[in-house]
Write a protein that binds this ligand. Sequence first.
Ligand SMILES: Cc1ncc(C[n+]2csc(CCOP(=O)(O)OP(=O)(O)O)c2C)c(N)n1
Length: 324
Amino acid sequence: MPVPLSPMGTPARELRTVAVQPVDNQAVADARRVADAIRRRVLAHVIANQGGYLSQACSSAEILATLYTAVLRLGPSEGPAQPEPFAGVPNADRPTRSGSRYNGAHAPDLDRFFFSPVHYALVLYAALIEVGRLGPDALDTFNQDGSTVELIGAEHSPGMETMAGSLAQCLSQAGGVALARRMKGHSGRTWVFLSDGECQEGQIWEAFQALAFHQLDHVAVVIDANGFQCDGPMTGVMGIEPLGARLQAFGARVVEIDGHDPQALIDAAQLPFDGRPLAVVCRTDPCHGIELLRQRAPKLHYVRLQNATEEAQYQQVLSQWEAQ
Ligand SMILES: Cc1ncc(C[n+]2csc(CCOP(=O)(O)OP(=O)(O)O)c2C)c(N)n1
């Protein structure tokens, strides 16, 4: 059971009693199976393309798998199995065909999912494939000119709803949508996936302040706190700890969990609403599942395979998984 933190980072007493949910072993097993498949698909892609965002798959596979298999309430995918090419810059005659189609139709009682760290795009596409929202060959056009299956995702990319390439903007966008939804009486929640590097930016804190001020407790923010950003360890670039206590001071209801534990995220998602936006700080390991990757630390942000020897080492990891 995740533990809410006081502003000082120590466990605080809950105002309301939290019903202990029975452990659903099948839900956890399903999430773990999808997480393993996400990591496998991303690793295969990285090997085939001599590089990619691999550490993000290691850190976030269980988070995304759990969200899609056990937490998000979404309608069936409405996007084509093979993503369409980019139709051109949107205008009055050509409205954006948002990648959120892959998260199903918008409906008052259904959830919306906003994906902020868009360099994680490969991991999101892999998750969509593994849960059947995107066709198995969708990565064939990854990072090709004219494709919506972008290396750095955009609002037309599968699973994405907004343009968020300039990091840390998505939470404000999602907050605006959540406020509008509440004014319309929607019961569906608004979920936002963030990375920890984004929490180095001021806009995240302004957004949390606004969410708390408007008491948008139907907003749930899930943060992949893998301890790294593009220039290395968070602690060496600009520390953000104690993250949980800071978020709580900004008015969020905070739970800190092991981000590789599906049950912990399922439990956090079931906490009753109490007027505060929910922030789930998922402590993760950017090498989880691929010990070989640790040799590259602290340069984990983008993995570029250097030579045939290294490619063979990663291929061996993949072959071992496939043999299991
Ligand atoms: C506003 C903004 N500043 C800087 C960047 C450049 N940038 C791209 S990825 C990244 C690191 C983000 O941190 P995180 O997602 O935690 O890194 P990871 O865990 O993927 O290594 C940065 C600073 C950006 N895209 N947008």
